[in-house]
Design a protein around this ligand. Sequence first.
Ligand code: NAD
Ligand code: UDP
Ligand code: UDP
Length: 319
Amino acid sequence: MTGIRSYNRRVLVTGGAGFLGSHLCERLIARGDEVICLDNYFTGSRQNIAHLIGHPNFETIRHDVTFPLYIEVDQIYNLACPASPVHYQHDPVQTTKTSVHGAINMLGLAKRLNARILQASTSEVYGDPSVHPQPEEYWGNVNPIGPRSCYDEGKRCAETLFFDYHRQHALPIKVMRIFNTYGPRMHPNDGRVVSNFIMQALKGEPITIYGEGLQTRSFCYVDDLIEGMMRLMDSPPEVTGPINIGNPGEFTMLELAEMVVALTGSQSVIEHRPLPQDDPKQRRPDIAKAKAILDWQPTIPLRDGLERTIHYFRSRFCA
Ligand code: NAD
Ligand code: UDP
Ligand code: UDP
């Protein structure tokens, strides 16, 4: 019935051609939703969604979320925003605009439609945390004027906007704080630690460890993350978050480097480089809320996820 509102749920995914967005589009389509993938292709690519093009329930829009958008949807996943320091520091003003103006426009759209809206927030709202691991109640330790601030403060302001639209307009919101996530379709050259180490190991180049390598991160495999995201969106209306989604397994960068070298069978040696400014020393999610409220916890250990990611990088970039 061309042109007439169909029965399926219609879902907007902003940043849908990015790493996480493309996996989300795939999962939503697989369960029968109609998906509108919006992207300005700053860091995303058509290649990420090439396998979905032509699917009857999939549609793309080239659009920048800092500009208004008038369409009809039932749910909005707001993922549009460059995520890696190299990308978000490339044009910091645009990064803040994407988070803040993007949130305002998507919240305005959701308000007009009374649509559910989920914000992809980040563990970066905790900054360089003085509480470890980080529960949702922790307010964070963020530098407002440093090189990471465009991202951290942009995301914090987006959270503020989400909660104000919720209080002021009774908008059904979901705020998800995503911790470091990895997997197939990560950018090979986005400067993030997992992609850097894998590409370096596969090419036999030195593995670049910033600082001593004793700083820690927790890495969540993309499939686990997307499962948590969809559970949060589908949770009862009173569940607004913020809710941490990530893998609490905590590793130093040295441990990660050793694991990548072992799994790739690489001859790469380790090389130390200066630690970037404001680099958080440790980060691990407290996921008690996700467990209790969403019955969610990660299922894929780092080693397994790395194997799958290495397989992707090898076949895609080193064939
Ligand atoms: P990504 O860079 O692969 O995806 C972001 C997508 O947004 C890209 O396709 C990009 O082209 C698009 N985009 C950027 N600015 C836009 C704009 N103004 N208008 C429209 N589209 C725009 O990054 P990702 O890892 O998939 O991250 C997705 C979301 O999850 C981001 O909001 C990010 O902040 C958040 N997040 C990711 C991680 C992670 O570890 N990957 C961690 C915390 C939070
Ligand atoms: N907006 C949009 N699509 C819509 C409705 C609103 O992009 O369907 C944008 C519009 O640019 C607006 C912003 O969302 O400025 C915030 O909308 P809201 O209704 O909250 O505020 P107002 O229209 O009063 O500025
Ligand atoms: N890092 C590193 N070598 C690299 C890239 C990153 O040692 O080639 C470190 C970086 O300093 C940080 C950690 O790995 O301590 C995670 O960096 P990433 O940029 O992936 O994520 P974020 O800092 O945003 O958590």
